[in-house]
Design a protein around this ligand. Sequence first.
Ligand code: 6GU
Length: 242
Amino acid sequence: MAPALRVDVLTLFPGLFDGFLGESILSRAIAKGLVDVKLWNFRDWAEGKHHQVDDRPYGGGPGMVLMAPPLVAAAEAVALMAEPVGRLIAMTPQGTRLNQSKVRELAGEPRLILVCGRYEGFDERILETLCPEQISIGDYVLSGGEVAAMVVIDAVMRLIPGVLGDAESAIDESFSPEVGLEYPHYTRPREFRGLPVPEVLLNGDHAAIERWRREQSRMRTEAAHAHATGATITVVPPERIG
Ligand code: 6GU
């Protein structure tokens, strides 16, 4: 059976993905045939003896710019290697910020082609020719799109049915970053360096546990929201309401 998701990655440093693809959940998903990740070095599409992929910017300035011909040739060739052509995404700091709803959208696609930039960025005509969607993973600068592509792959693949075990995937149903942050978790030992496990988790009252977790989740979400927006909030504990 065809994998539910195929990801093609165009990069100058395919080796960066070795550990990421070879361990843990993702390697299991690949072994099970649920996800297929193909790496392509777009240097292989570069002309000339030196297979040059970057050059100095017209107009001067620091750094190097990725040349249009090899990257465009690679993207076009890779797109046509399988059906469907897939959704083309360039990893760039000026792209749209990745969030969980975008992740969900991408997880519904059969095929993604992720293009990783390096150096100062892409020759603008790469973007004009390929018209990729552009995705950023946050407001900071990475030295290349590879780590960002791994973030996309990680977040997307864990939504593919069968990739996570039942227990792991159940968590996602009720908690996503927009809905609410997760409540705090505890496991053995019952006391660690004087810090006890909250009493409510120990007495088997499942309704009380559910209430406590919802409340903790709500407080964390509000605190994170206040932090993000700079708002000051007062969290009123439930016992002081009504
Ligand atoms: Cl996608 N690429 C680079 N180079 N830096 C980033 C980024 C991507 N997202 C945030 N910073």
